[in-house]
Design a protein. Structure first.
Ligand SMILES: *Cc1c(COP(=O)(O)O)cnc(C)c1O
Length: 454
């Protein structure tokens, strides 16, 4: 797809539609001369250069990459109209696209009934799921693993419910024994399980938690903001295939959050929350004196805590799904490449005497640390920080990120390291671009060389 061509077509298509409403005059207060715009634009694009090259395979740091061109064209075309998906009055076309895109997400997870909508982020999507959980279990708290996203602890505070962090095992997954100890107190009404932690991509044992749900009468909420689309690799043939059990169990859980702006090829501003029981819509119901005039159909604003939301965001997701649907043969192929890259890199790290794997990657996030003398947490921390900084400063740069591992987590995996500090930073790489598959050898060489030259 040639972006230049399709952005021109976008402008034409919207103009053609606009012309059917007859001519009108633009107000002079809005006019901007081209030469003034040119000057502002030059300064603007100059300032945008202060960025990391998220698009390039030598950027292997955080969860960042540009959206697919189809999403860009979908977003920009729709933005020329600027519908608001709060209500059907604000944009019937994109409200319907949102319903269809959300239904595809529900199908991807195996939900046979659902109520759901897009949100501006995973944070808001999780807030909504926890809000509904609180309404259903008033006075009871929320449990989540110590490696769950920090938003859960924070949103418990916002919602006025008690948060219960639960210890993790030596792979970063929630300990079900520790969870049961807390559930026995009867204080917890909802358990958050993470399908792909933000730090290392660990997948909680969702299938084993189903029995616990039944035993203690709790809700299960799945935070799959990062990992949700990996359900497309569950049981797949080939090295990228994932153990299917936790992913298949998601269909039996009460709510799910997934971020199309992470692994769904979308620009920021696209999260999603899904509930298995459509009846929970009753907790949102409200009357707006301003909207809901054009249709007796349910308006998205009636089932969402946010009011205004970009219709463009739904349009971008819908258009992307027409081309790269959330199926094993569609988006699954994109995720499979990153997964194979992570497996290949972890093999190279395991064979290296300069680097040590922190733990086996479950998804596409690789954690490792430099082999150092003396083997102490303090030395590991300093070496990781140096590799990060030297990599970015190099004329042929490589961009990684670091993750702070606390003492207990580190020594559970690497008992030989002397725990002389509270924890240590390790190197962390999110290989979420399919291009990483053909670049990972170079990436490894670069990081190995940076480590040797410490
Ligand atoms: C990214 C992430 C979030 C937060 O989502 P945002 O879209 O950044 O607001 C929550 N949970 C997990 C597991 C995540 O990876």
């Amino acid at each position: 797809m040639n972006l230049q061509h399709w952005l021109g077509r976008a402008n034409d298509a919207i103009q053609e539609w606009a012309d059917t409403f007859g001519p009108y005059e633009r107000h002079p207060s809005l006019l901007v001369e081209d030469d003034r715009f040119a000057a502002a634009f030059e300064e603007f694009t100059g300032r945008l250069k202060d960025n990391y090259p998220f698009f390039h395979p030598h950027y292997a740091g955080q969860m960042l990459k540009p959206p697919h061109p189809a999403a860009v064209v979908g977003y920009l075309t729709t933005m020329l109209i600027n519908p608001n998906n709060h209500a059907l009055d604000g944009g019937p076309a994109t409200a319907r696209m949102e319903r269809e895109a959300v239904a595809r997400l529900a199908t991807m997870f195996g939900y046979d009934t659902h109520l759901g909508h897009l949100t501006t982020s995973g944070t808001i999507a999780n807030l909504e799921a926890l809000f509904v959980a609180r309404e259903l279990h008033p006075g009871r708290g929320v449990a989540y693993s110590a490696d769950a996203h920090y938003t859960h602890g924070r949103m418990c505070h916002v919602l006025g419910v008690k948060g219960h962090p639960i210890p993790t095992d030596d792979r970063g997954r929630i300990s079900l024994d520790a969870l049961e100890d807390v559930l026995r107190t009867g204080e917890v009404g909802t358990v958050v399980l993470t399908a792909g932690t933000t730090g290392l991509g660990a997948v909680d044992p969702i299938h084993d938690a189903l029995a616990i749900r039944d035993r203690y009468g709790v809700r299960l909420h799945i935070d799959a903001a990062y990992g949700g689309f990996f359900t497309l690799l569950a049981g797949a043939d080939g090295p990228e295939g994932l153990p299917p059990e936790p992913w298949r169990a998601i269909a039996r859980c009460d709510s799910i959050v997934v971020d199309p702006h992470k692994h769904g090829l979308q620009p920021y501003g696209c999260g999603a929350v899904l509930f298995r029981d459509p009846e929970v819509g009753r907790f949102y119901l409200h009357d707006s004196p301003y909207t809901y005039f054009t249709s007796s159909e349910l308006h998205l604003g009636e089932i969402s805590l946010e009011c205004s939301r970009a219709g463009a965001s739904a349009a971008a997701l819908w258009l992307t799904f027409q081309l790269l649907p959330p199926t094993p043969d569609g988006l699954g192929r994109v995720l499979g490449a990153g997964r194979r890259a992570a497996l290949r890199w972890s093999e190279l790290i395991s064979a290296s005497d300069a680097l040590e794997l922190y733990q086996e990657p479950e998804l596409d996030i690789v954690g490792c640390f430099p082999v150092v003398e003396p083997g102490t947490l303090t030395a590991v921390d300093a070496a990781s920080a140096r590799v990060l900084a030297d990599g970015m400063a190099d004329p042929d740069p490589v961009f990684l990120s670091t993750l702070r591992a606390d003492r207990e987590a580190f020594t559970a995996r690497h008992p030989k390291i002397d725990a002389d500090a509270d924890g240590a930073r390790i190197l962390r790489s999110v290989l979420m671009k399919p291009e990483s598959e053909h670049y990972v050898e170079r990436l490894h060489d670069r990081v190995e060389r940076l480590t040797r030259s410490l």
